[in-house]
Design a protein. Structure first.
Length: 374
């Protein structure tokens, strides 16, 4: 296994950011597609991408790709895949996935056919008639898009957005991978002064601090592939040591969060402590109406409440008006605001210098960027 093919699913709109990240890690033949990035590398790259990626939702081994319009074609394509190179005779191999715009549209039926084909393949290779599946879990994922089948082995387990610091969150949390992408777009440096006036559970503050510190987001969590028999433990040890060595220390970074909800402020501080960045992240109770910009240069990145989830649209737009009054055009001040409201700029009071389409879960949003001072 000198080189494997990988697929890293991601949120729509951040494929380019993820591609750049993987290339900097040393991944080969990186190619961005809609909602995912394909790349190649050795087993160290598998561990490195899991531990270090801020933007991927998970890292999967691309086991096979083929066309299938019938269940027979699906069965034969799966059966031709060398699962024995990865899965032992005692290992568990659950199957799940999705199908879009394809002749094979029944997910349960596709699951059954794929499972049956894997069993038949492994029966032949191991000379057994039954699999107890009592060993480590090797989760098989499939996608069928316009009749193109992709069979993948999930190496991450829990999604990579689950860093481990946010076991409890407020009512409408921003996904960690999206928060990281916003921070990447805004450009975080070791001496950045960052403010989030709607900090919620602190996701933007924490992701920005980890980015400034060059702290790998997966350094403190476990991955499914750590139980895989074909990956030596030394690979994980080497990559964790590598990630640890990259961390900066005693940087001049600060992230300040505000929220009107005392519970959100407390949650931000607790999550920052779990993430190991409490030295750089602070939070306080403050209404947006009382927001004041510091005299020094600063970066504001925020996810104000959406009318669709926490407030009605009118209430949300009242917040946007106040933000427009508080987020003044000034040299050294930059603002990055994510919102699903198509009228945001109109209500805010001025057009963004730049916009970028992003998705917060299934909600289509725009990242509105204001960076031209007076």
């Amino acid at each position: 296994m000198n080189k494997l093919k990988y697929i890293a699913p991601c949120l729509f709109g951040i494929e380019g950011i993820l591609s750049g990240e993987l290339e900097r890690m040393g991944a080969l033949n990186v190619k961005a597609e809609n909602g995912r990035v394909c790349f190649e590398g050795d087993l160290n790259m598998l561990a490195r991408a899991n531990i270090n990626s801020r933007y991927a939702e998970r890292i999967c081994i691309n086991m096979a790709e083929f066309e299938a319009c019938t269940f027979d074609e699906l069965f034969e394509g799966v059966r031709a895949t060398p699962f024995e190179d990865f899965i032992g005779k005692d290992d568990a191999f659950p199957v799940n996935g999705y199908s879009l715009n394809s002749a094979l549209h029944s997910i349960p039926d596709c699951q059954k056919i794929i499972k049956k084909a894997i069993v038949e393949r492994l029966k032949t290779k191991y000379g057994v008639s039954w699999f107890n599946e009592t060993g480590p879990e090797y989760k098989i994922r499939f996608s069928i898009l316009k009749n193109k089948v992709t069979i993948m082995l999930d190496t991450s387990g829990d999604g990579l957005h689950k860093r481990g610091y946010r076991r409890v969150s407020n009512e409408a949390p921003l996904k960690e991978t999206l928060a990281a992408a916003m921070c990447d777009t805004a450009r975080i440096f070791p001496d950045t002064r960052l403010i989030d006036p709607f900090c919620g559970s602190g996701t933007i503050l924490i992701e920005s601090a980890m980015m400034a510190l060059k702290m790998a987001p997966g350094l403190r969590r476990f991955f499914a592939a750590e139980r895989f028999g074909f990956i030596p433990y030394t690979v994980w040890r080497e990559e964790r040591t590598r990630a640890q060595d990259l961390i900066l220390h005693n940087i001049d970074f600060s992230a300040q969060g505000y929220d009107i909800d005392p519970n959100a402020v407390k949650l931000t501080e607790e999550n920052a402590a779990k993430a190991g960045v409490s030295k750089y992240v602070k939070a306080a109770i403050r209404d947006i109406k009382d927001f004041k910009l510091p005299d020094e240069r600063c970066l504001v990145i925020t996810n104000p409440p959406y009318g669709e989830r926490l407030l009605d649209v009118k209430q949300a737009e009242e917040l946007y008006k106040v933000m427009g009054q508080k987020f003044l055009k000034s040299s050294g001040k930059k603002y990055f605001i994510i919102s699903p409201d198509d009228d945001f700029e109109k209500v805010f009071g001025r057009e963004a210098d730049k916009r970028r389409k992003l998705y917060n879960g299934m909600i289509k949003c725009q990242l509105y960027m204001y960076f031209r001072g007076e």
